[in-house]
Design a protein around this ligand. Structure first.
Ligand code: UD1
Length: 418
C-alpha cells in the first residue's frame, strides 16, 4: 500500500495553482445524461472520484473520456440504466445519476451508496422529492429501483442537501411542467450546475437563491455549450491552511476568492493577513496565531469540508479553540490520529475543544476520509520529525498532484510503497 512520508518543517513559500472543483465536476459530468449533443467540459480535475464517475458513464454505454483536464461526454449511446454496486460503493456521489437517468429513461436502478466514514448519510430526501414528482421507488436487493414519468411538483427539502438539490434539479430538467424547489442548497457547485443547464436551454429561475423554479422540457434533451469547471474552494482552503500551519506566506492561484469568504474570515480572525486579488489569494504570517470558534454549516457558512484542516491549524493557536460540527455526526475521525501526534483535543458529541500550543510529534497515522487525510498532512508538516500518512487512497479521491504541489511549496513529502 502506498503512503506519504512527510518531514516536519517550519517554513513553506511560493504559490499553488488550484484545479477545478471535484464537487462541481461530479454533477456537471452527470448532467451530460440530459444532453442531446456531445458535452465538452474543461478544467476537470483528474482525481480518482472523477475517474470513477467516467467509468460509471462508460459502463452505462456512454462515450466518456478525460484528457488534459478536458472531459468529452456523449450520452446519446447510453443503453444501460443500472448504476452497479461495484462502482457506486467506491463513490457515494454516483447517486447523482438517479435523477437524470430517471427523467430521461423513465426507469433506472442505482445501487444504494450505504454508510461512509463520516456518518450515515441517508438519501431519503432525494427519494422523497422524486416520489413527489411522480416516481415509483422501491428498494430491492440494495438498489433504488425507480420508474415513472416525472411531473413538475413543489418540493420542500426538510434539510439542505447538496447532492439532493443537484439530483432533483437534474430530474426536474426533463420532467413535464413546473417544479418549485424550496430550501435548495446554495453552494457554488449547485449554482454552476444551474447556470450550465440554463445555458443549455433550460428555463430555470432563482439561481443562487434557496428557491428555484424549473420549467421541465417534457423529455426533450438539452443542447449543452462548452464550459469550464469552477475552481476547487476546498483544495484552495487546504493549501491556505498548509501555509498557515507553518505560519508562512503562500499564495493560491486560479481561485474564486468569493467562494472562500467564510474560510478567509476565520484565517483573519486567527491573525493571518489575507490579500485577495482577482483570482488569487495570498496568506501572510500571523504575529500570534489566535484560537478560533467554528461552527460548520451550509454555504455561505463555514464548510464542513474544511473542518478537519482547521482543527489541525487550531493545534498551533495560542489558546483554546472550539469546533462545532453540525452537518455530519461522525466527522471527527481525524481526532484519534491527531492525538497520536501529541494533540490536546477533547470531544463531546459534535463539539471538539482544541488546546493549541503543544508541540506536535511525528507519527504513523491513518487517513480515514478525504478531508481528514489532508488534516493529517497539515499536522505532519507542523510536527517535529518524519511522519507517515497511510491509506492515502482517500486523498487521491480529491486532491490532484498533491505531492508535487506541496513540494513546489518547499515541503519534503514523498510517496512510498509499504
Ligand atoms: C456534499 C459534498 C460533501 C460535503 C457535503 C456538505 C459532494 C459530492 N459532496 O455531500 O463534500 O461535505 O455536501 O457540504 O458534493 N441528509 C439527509 N437526507 C438526505 C440527504 C442528506 O438527512 O437525503 C443530511 C446528511 O446526512 C447531512 C446533511 O443532510 O447531515 C447534508 O448532507 P448533503 O448536503 O446531502 O451532503 P452530500 O450532498 O452527500
Amino acid at each position: 500500500m502506498t503512503y506519504l512520508q512527510i518531514e516536519g518543517t517550519n517554513h513553506l513559500s511560493g504559490s499553488v495553482t488550484i484545479n477545478g472543483a471535484k464537487n462541481a465536476a461530479l454533477p456537471l459530468i452527470v448532467s451530460s445524461i440530459l444532453a442531446k449533443n456531445e458535452v465538452k467540459i474543461s478544467n476537470v480535475p483528474e482525481v480518482e472520484d472523477i475517474k470513477t464517475l467516467i467509468s460509471l458513464l462508460k459502463n452505462l454505454g456512454a462515450k466518456a473520456d478525460l484528457n488534459h483536464h478536458e472531459a468529452l461526454l456523449n450520452t446519446t449511446t447510453l443503453n444501460q440504466t443500472t448504476a452497479k454496486y461495484d462502482i457506486v460503493r467506491k463513490m457515494r456521489a454516483s447517486i447523482l445519476t438517479l435523477g437524470p437517468l430517471l427523467s430521461r429513461f423513465r426507469h433506472c436502478e442505482v445501487s444504494l451508496p450505504g454508510g461512509c466514514a463520516i456518518g450515515q448519510r441517508p438519501i431519503d430526501l432525494h427519494l422523497l422529492a422524486l416520489e413527489k414528482m411522480g416516481a415509483n421507488i422501491q428498494i430491492k436487493q440494495g438498489y433504488v429501483v425507480a420508474s415513472g414519468t416525472l411531473k413538475g411538483a413543489e418540493v420542500l427539502f426538510d434539510k439542505i442537501t447538496v447532492t439532493g438539490s443537484e439530483n432533483i434539479i437534474m430530474a426536474a430538467a426533463l420532467a413535464s411542467g413546473k417544479t418549485r424547489l424550496l430550501n435548495v442548497a446554495k453552494e457554488p457547485e449547485v449554482v454552476q450546475l444551474c447556470e450550465v443547464l440554463r445555458e443549455a436551454g433550460l428555463d430555470i429561475k432563482g439561481i443562487g437563491s434557496d428557491e428555484l423554479e424549473i420549467y421541465g422540457t417534457n423529455g426533450e434533451c438539452l443542447e449543452f455549450k462548452e464550459f469550464a469547471v469552477i475552481p476547487d474552494r476546498i483544495e484552495a482552503g487546504t493549501y491556505l491552511c498548509a501555509g498557515a500551519i507553518v505560519n508562512s506566506k503562500i499564495s493560491v492561484c486560479k481561485v474564486n476568492p468569493s467562494h472562500l469568504s467564510a474560510v478567509l474570515a476565520k484565517l483573519e480572525q486567527m491573525g493571518f493577513g489575507i490579500i485577495v486579488e482577482n483570482d488569487s489569494i495570498t496568506l501572510l504570517p500571523a504575529k500570534e496565531i489566535k484560537p478560533v470558534e467554528i461552527l460548520t454549516s451550509e454555504y455561505p457558512g463555514f464548510p464542513t469540508d474544511m473542518q478537519a484542516q482547521f482543527m489541525a491549524l487550531a493545534l498551533r493557536a495560542n489558546g483554546t479553540s472550539i469546533i462545532d460540527e453540525r452537518l455530519f455526526e461522525n466527522r471527527f475521525m481525524h481526532v484519534s490520529e491527531l492525538l497520536r501526534m501529541g494533540a490536546d483535543i477533547k470531544l463531546n458529541g459534535h463539539i471538539a475543544t482544541i488546546t493549541g500550543g503543544k508541540e506536535l510529534n511525528a507519527a504513523d497515522v491513518m487517513a480515514t476520509d478525504l478531508r481528514a487525510s489532508s488534516a493529517l498532512i497539515l499536522a505532519a508538516l507542523a510536527a517535529k520529525g518524519t511522519s507517515r500518512v497511510h491509506r492515502i487512497y482517500h486523498l487521491d479521491r480529491g486532491y490532484e498532484n498533491l505531492e508535487e504541489k506541496f513540494k513546489a511549496l518547499g515541503a519534503n513529502i514523498t510517496r512510498l510503497e509499504e
